[in-house]
Ligand binder design. Structure first.
Ligand code: PLP
Length: 501
């Protein structure tokens, strides 16, 4: 037997396509994709034949000579040449190619807003609304009552106003875009005063000084790393008269100065400064802004809508911050608000309309799917009790240690049934908010700790990531932990199955 003979035994593509399974598959997926999959399987087989070593060829020849009875191995070898086997391989290849690169995973880390895992999971109504609105056409920019063009900015504006007390609102792609457009619209060619203790880096390339430079506004840093007083902001204000008198020229190191455009406060989302510290409160900055007729901007970041201090979360919330009289405030949609990725700008109508008219608005506008998810999420906040119950991020934060212990017990029970033989223990853990929010908050939680004989925690962790639905677990003190706060009850079966696999 030689390689040419083997190549001749490969079935013809037309013949394979007549296989019942592929006829059905062609009707469903289209014949182009199916034919291509068959072609690739055959081409792979051809390559493997050409790659066979001399030793392999000898073995095949010997098996052939040994006659029918001794050639079980040979039979096995030629089974892959049968049209039905090639058809099955092609179907498997199609299924493999069809897997998307973005797919669900189980978050067993206990970190609620995990930026790597997509931040906030959406509430059920938000998901349904996305599907309802995006399957067909929608009134995204059409005023149905008037039969005329509408504006996408109006879709959630009044709902946000009702919930927060803001005069107006605008939605952009994320809070980084929101910062950019606010600074560009209110500060281009002017100075914006920010405390040295608040020049945050959020991660990725988001740094306040860099965004400021991109927006065309000039950053004026005031105070020190640990202390910034209201008087520091006041001393840094440049009036048009001061600019006209070119007073900066008197300072030997003097760089050119510009008129002050706004005072800005940035929430220390992902760090804290402790010890000998002082910062200007929103109220004080608002008073200073009024005195000098300057708008005050607050980048609050996390988008917390409710007072959650009862759950250990002492963070500013949107309505309370707005009530200080702040002119413009911005936050993310997918952090503590618990909605889709978005940047939400709220505040005085006068400023919000400047942003709506800004050329960047078009570059940062969001899609109907975002509006659909955002409106359904926001609607939950009409009743705080409903928001706490239905918005996953909030209900996860609200879960008590006792709730988590009971939940861990239920997960352990499910695992025991599906994957007996593993050593399971309930363990106390400290969960986190994550996503660059409330860095000092630790939520007392519970986990199921899993051990399997002498296998290391690292090895179990790796295997769990390779399951059909990957489970992202935590390792602490060489123990593999499944932190239940971030695992949905409906996912318990998946976790157990991943452990069984
Ligand atoms: C998170 C955050 C941002 C960036 O928001 P994205 O939605 O990630 O773009 C900006 N500023 C503050 C204070 C933040 O907390």
């Amino acid at each position: 037997m030689n390689k040419n003979e083997l190549l001749r035994r490969l079935p013809k593509i037309d013949e394979i396509l007549k296989e019942e399974s592929l006829v059905v598959l062609s009707a469903e997926k289209g014949s182009l994709l199916v034919t291509e999959a068959v072609r690739q399987v055959i081409s792979n087989m051809r390559r493997s034949i050409l790659d066979l070593e001399d030793g392999d060829m000898e073995k095949l020849s010997e098996a052939e000579k040994a006659g029918e009875k001794a050639s079980a191995a040979l039979e096995g070898f030629f089974r892959q040449f049968e049209p039905s086997a090639v058809a099955a391989a092609a179907a498997a290849k199609l299924a493999e190619d069809e897997e998307y690169n973005l797919y669900p995973v189980v978050n067993a880390t206990g970190t609620i807003l995990h930026t790597n895992l997509g931040r906030a999971p959406l509430c059920e109504d938000a998901v349904e609304n996305v599907s309802r609105v995006s399957r067909g056409y929608s009134d995204l920019e059409y005023n149905v009552a008037k039969g005329a063009r509408g504006s996408r900015h109006d879709l959630v504006g009044s709902l946000i106003a009702e919930l927060t007390g803001a005069e107006d609102a605008m939605v952009v792609n994320n809070n980084a875009s929101a910062t950019m457009i606010v600074l560009a619209a209110m500060g281009e060619g002017r100075e914006i005063i920010v405390s040295r203790g608040e020049l945050v880096e959020i991660g990725g390339a988001f740094r306040i000084p860099d965004i400021m430079a991109q927006s065309g506004a000039y950053l004026t840093e005031v105070g020190t790393s640990n202390k910034t007083k209201v008087s520091d902001y006041e001393k840094a204000i440049m009036t048009p008269e001061m600019v006209a008198s070119e007073s900066w020229k008197k300072d030997p190191r003097g760089t050119r100065r510009f008129e002050t455009g706004a005072l800005m406060k940035v929430h220390k989302s992902n760090y804290d400064i402790v010890g000998f510290t002082e910062e200007a409160e929103l109220e004080d900055l608002v008073a200073l802004g009024r005195k000098h007729d300057l708008p005050v901007i607050f980048d609050m970041g996390n988008g917390l809508m409710l007072d959650m201090s009862a759950y250990g979360l002492r963070e500013p919330n949107i309505p309370a911050s707005l009530a200080t009289g702040i002119d413009v405030m911005l936050f993310s949609g997918d952090k503590l608000l618990g909605g889709p990725q978005a940047g939400i700008i709220v505040g005085k109508k006068k400023y919000i309309s400047m942003m709506k008219k800004h050329p960047l608005a078009r570059a940062m506008r969001v899609d109907k799917m975002t509006f659909a998810a955002l409106e359904a999420t926001l609607a939950k906040y009409k009743d705080p009790a409903i928001a706490l119950r239905d918005i996953p991020v909030l209900s996860m934060i609200a879960g008590s240690s006792e709730d988590m212990k009971a939940k861990a017990g239920r997960l352990a029970e499910t695992i025991r049934k599906t994957a007996p033989g593993l050593t399971l223990e309930l363990a106390e853990v400290e969960d986190q908010i994550g996503g660059g929010s409330a860095p000092m908050v630790r939520l007392p939680g519970w986990a199921v700790s899993v051990a399997d004989g002498s296998r290391s925690a690292d090895s179990i962790e790796r295997r769990l990531r390779k399951a059909d639905v990957p489970v992202i677990a935590r390792i602490h003190d060489d123990r593999l932990l499944l932190c239940v706060r971030t695992i949905f009850e409906e996912e318990f079966g998946l976790v157990a199955e991943a452990l069984r696999q």
